[in-house]
Design a protein around this ligand. Structure first.
Ligand SMILES: N[C@H](CCC[C@H](N)C(=O)O)C(=O)O
Length: 291
């Protein structure tokens, strides 16, 4: 049996395993590899524990406190997961007693700091790195203005796109609630313009400092919150002149505060502030899941 922790950021939920040195999973990693198929089976909401993403903590090296491996329920790996970044940083902060932690992903190092709010529910601010705005960065299949992609489905069209270490398209709509997301989400996620697929955000701008967002996530579907999606939504809205460079992003699971730094150290980086939570801990028999 292997211990796991069930965590979430605004309802975007994760199964977290620890494969760092000396952990039970580290000892058994060779015998029980976390394959895409096994991750997908554990993420299954009926046959497994169920989660939006499956997260494995691996040893941190040269400046990073921990490496975070991110897999979607379909087994695909991602370079970013904003909500999980805060969750993993909070675990390391708890272990070390430090309020600042560096989480490494395949897309880069993400410094995270605790913002004590005195009422017991701390907030965590992650520097999600620079927004990548070029068509090759997203990536797109061909050279296109990333502020206006020539795609659409049903009532939505003309999104902006950027990468936060993972691909995002952002559509701007007058009203969120009537959108047929279950129908247009998968079609847009798999649009040929996205060679690595994409996370698809739908934004209703209420004021220049407050936007609503829903995200059809690549490899996961509709989630209650998407941290990297909130970062991409703010960046794309600011690029379009619809918001300033800082706004509250209201998702079905709750609010994130996003700031796209303009100058000074970290210019161009996107800061994301929000809560973390542990729902429960348990043990899992990895061998019971297909490798
Ligand atoms: N589905 C995403 C990964 C999780 C992103 C989301 N949960 C977040 O908080 O950023 C992708 O394949 O790029």
């Amino acid at each position: 049996m292997v211990p796991f922790r069930k965590m979430h950021g605004l309802g975007n939920d994760f199964v977290v395993l620890d494969a760092r040195k000396g952990s039970v999973l580290d000892a058994r990693r060779a015998a029980l590899p976390i394959t895409p198929a096994r991750a997908a089976a554990i993420a299954d909401r009926r046959r497994g524990i169920g989660c939006d993403q499956f997260i494995v903590m691996e040893p941190g090296t040269d400046g990073a406190d921990v490496f975070m491996r991110i897999r979607n329920p379909d087994g695909s790996e991602s370079g970013a997961c904003g909500n999980a970044t805060r969750c993993i940083a909070s675990l390391v902060a708890e272990e070390t007693g430090r309020d600042r932690v560096v989480v490494r992903t395949i897309a880069g190092d993400l410094p995270v700091e605790r913002l004590p709010n005195g009422e017991g529910m701390d907030l965590w601010r992650a520097d999600m790195g620079p927004a990548r705005l070029g068509w090759r960065d997203v990536p797109l299949a061909r050279e296109v203005d990333t502020l206006h992609l020539p795609i659409g489905r049903g009532p939505v069209a003309d999104p902006a796109a950027c990468s936060m270490g993972n691909p995002h398209a952002t559509f701007f709509v007058p009203e969120l609630d009537a959108l047929p997301l279950a129908e247009i989400g998968p079609a847009l996620e798999h649009d040929p313009i996205f060679p690595e697929r994409a996370n698809i955000g739908f934004v209703q701008v209420l004021t220049p400092e407050y936007i609503r967002l829903m995200v059809w996530e690549r490899g996961a579907g509709l989630t209650l919150a998407c941290g990297s999606g909130a970062c991409a939504a703010l960046v794309n809205a600011a690029r379009r002149g619809l918001t300033g460079r800082r706004a509250t992003v209201s998702l079905p699971g709750g609010d994130l505060v996003i700031e796209w730094r303009e100058d000074g150290p970290g210019a161009g980086h996107v800061l994301m502030t929000g809560p973390v939570a542990t729902a429960f801990t348990g043990e899992i028999d990895l061998g019971a899941y297909p490798a």
